[in-house]
Design a protein around this ligand. Structure first.
Ligand SMILES: [Zn+2]
Length: 158
């Protein structure tokens, strides 16, 4: 039986398949009761526009069952609210490697950072412009690099 935490952390985000729910900070906690074997997984939903949470819940149950954990509860916690700041450095690196510009850090005082912070994930140029507010999913906006002319997805900061 592999650890419940490892199994849950390996669940891939259904919208952005290059990162896991642990990378994104969706996975908040995994507790296993040593006496009963019952596992409680706590997750926090990301963008409300992403209808991915049902898929994530099902994937968590599936992964844990495959790892030998049959008694599983998935709890959804909305507070504190998820933000793109919870994406780990490893997650940001994986996003960039997949050609998705990671979101800029959001200042907690609510001031939106300069969009200049969006760098082309292919060539690193800051000379980028937003083409469309909506990319391949509601979480992403479509951008284009002026230096290499490549369009790319940018994960919206939240
Ligand atoms: Zn570029």
């Amino acid at each position: 039986m592999s650890s419940a935490r490892e199994a849950a952390a390996a669940v891939v985000d259904p919208e952005i398949r290059v990162v896991t729910i642990a990378d994104l900070g969706i996975l908040r906690d995994v507790e296993e009761d040593p006496a009963t074997g019952r596992v409680v997984v706590t997750i926090t939903p990301t963008y409300t526009g992403c209808p991915a949470m049902d898929v994530i819940r099902a994937d968590i149950r599936h992964r844990l069952a495959a790892a030998g954990h049959r008694d599983v509860e998935v709890r959804t916690v909305h507070s504190p609210a998820w933000s793109t700041d919870w994406i780990s450095d490893a997650g940001r690196a994986k996003l960039a490697a997949a050609g998705i510009a990671p979101p800029a850090p959001v200042r907690r005082d609510g001031v939106v950072p300069l969009t200049l912070a969006v760098r082309c994930p292919r060539c690193g140029s800051p000379e980028t412009a937003q083409l469309s507010r909506f990319g391949s999913t509601a979480c992403k906006a479509l951008w284009r690099c002026r230096a290499c002319s490549e369009p790319f997805d940018h994960l919206k900061a939240l």
